[in-house]
Write a protein that binds this ligand. Structure first.
Ligand SMILES: *Cc1c(COP(=O)(O)O)cnc(C)c1O
Length: 348
């Protein structure tokens, strides 16, 4: 395969643009473990301000950012309530339990990514007089937005976090794609982060930076997370080269997420017109499609031979990002159409 690859496997596949590379090379750096890296400090100050929180912390990955957040909210033997399908619970190696001694209390996710409020309420353990020793102490509600590309309903976020607060729980958002959610709702980053005590934001997804996440929250919380980052091996030295990419991404790649959403919509529309394809859903920068089961392997190969990458499974997730264009969506749809035309001709 040579030339332009249309890679729809994930929005993590983006490569830094020339402008971003220039910003990285020009970044002022220092030893961030000593607190000396001016670009990391600038990124942390900027993201804290944009998200409307007191403080921010730069970490190497979203997984570490979520874990440091959980460990800063909960102590050994505390419990957090989380979606059964949440990345934090399902896709991070069970880190909260393994490394944090935090008990997960998973609740099944509804199709829209929400956790029903009455299910959350009834999972909260009471530890009043006479009950204290029996249960893990429920400390935290963790939500995820976007969830499979879907934006959580704004009213739901307000209700769920209000209920958590009333019951004395802290709230954390796995906001790996919170920038997509904010752009889709027409909100600022601060508005999207406002309902939560802490938010973890990925810069290596739609924002297009090569590495990095930023955790935001109250100052004392960020100080605890900073210590856990060190314990988890996330203290980096001249990290300003990476922070420079993130600052660049925040300034140049936030508003343009709307283009990724439009491209996903365009892709869903195009694929929806193909008889053999069922579009199961589209939200922000993701499209979920179903292909006939026996076609998955050969279709994936057919596309790969033509420079188009997708993990074609029973329910295929296609993700748009900085490195694909509207024209690429048309190319992709055309290839899928051609594939099925060819199959029809062979089978008659
Ligand atoms: C990508 C992602 C993360 C963090 O993943 P890393 O690969 O560790 O940066 C967390 N939550 C969600 C929902 C994600 O998509």
């Amino acid at each position: 395969m040579t030339g332009h690859i249309i890679d729809l496997r994930s929005d993590t596949v983006t490569r830094p643009t020339q402008g971003m590379r220039d910003a990285m090379m020009a970044a002022q750096v220092g030893d961030d473990v000593w607190g000396d890296d001016p670009t990391v400090n600038s990124l942390q100050a900027t993201v804290a301000e944009r998200s409307g929180k007191e403080a921010a912390l730069f970490l190497p990955s979203g997984t570490q950012s979520n874990l440091a957040a959980l460990m800063a909210h909960c102590e050994r033997g505390d419990e957090y309530i989380v979606g059964q399908l949440a990345h934090t619970y399902k896709c991070e190696g069970g880190g909260a339990a393994v490394l944090g001694s935090i008990v997960p209390q998973p609740i099944e996710n509804e199709a829209d990514g929400t956790l029903l409020l009455h299910k959350v309420a009834s999972a909260i353990k009471h530890h009043g007089p006479g009950l204290g020793a029996h249960y893990a102490r429920t400390r935290l509600l963790a939500l995820e937005d976007t969830f499979n590309g879907q934006v959580l309903p704004a009213g739901y976020v307000a209700e769920a976090t209000a209920q958590a607060r009333e019951r004395g729980l802290a709230t954390h958002l796995d906001g790996a794609r919170i920038c997509n959610a904010a752009v889709a709702r027409g909100e600022t980053l601060a508005q999207a982060c406002e309902p939560f005590d802490s938010v973890s934001i990925c810069f290596s997804k739609g924002l297009g930076a090569p590495v990095g996440s930023v955790l935001v929250g109250p100052r004392a919380f960020i100080e605890r997370a900073h210590r856990w980052r060190k314990v988890l091996g996330g203290g980096m030295r001249q990290a300003g080269f990476l922070a420079g990419a993130c600052l660049y991404a925040l300034d140049r790649h936030f508003d343009r997420l709307a283009q990724d959403h439009a491209n996903a919509e365009h892709l869903a529309k195009g694929l929806g017109e193909i008889a053999q394809v069922t579009v199961k859903g589209q939200g922000t920068n993701m499209v979920f499609v179903q292909f006939p089961e026996q076609e998955c392997v050969p279709l994936q190969e057919y596309l790969a031979e033509r420079g188009m990458l997708a993990r074609v499974t029973l329910t295929t997730r296609l993700v748009t990002h900085l490195d694909v264009t509207t024209a690429d969506m048309d190319t992709f749809v055309r290839a899928v159409k051609q594939y099925f035309n060819l199959r029809e001709r062979i089978s008659v």
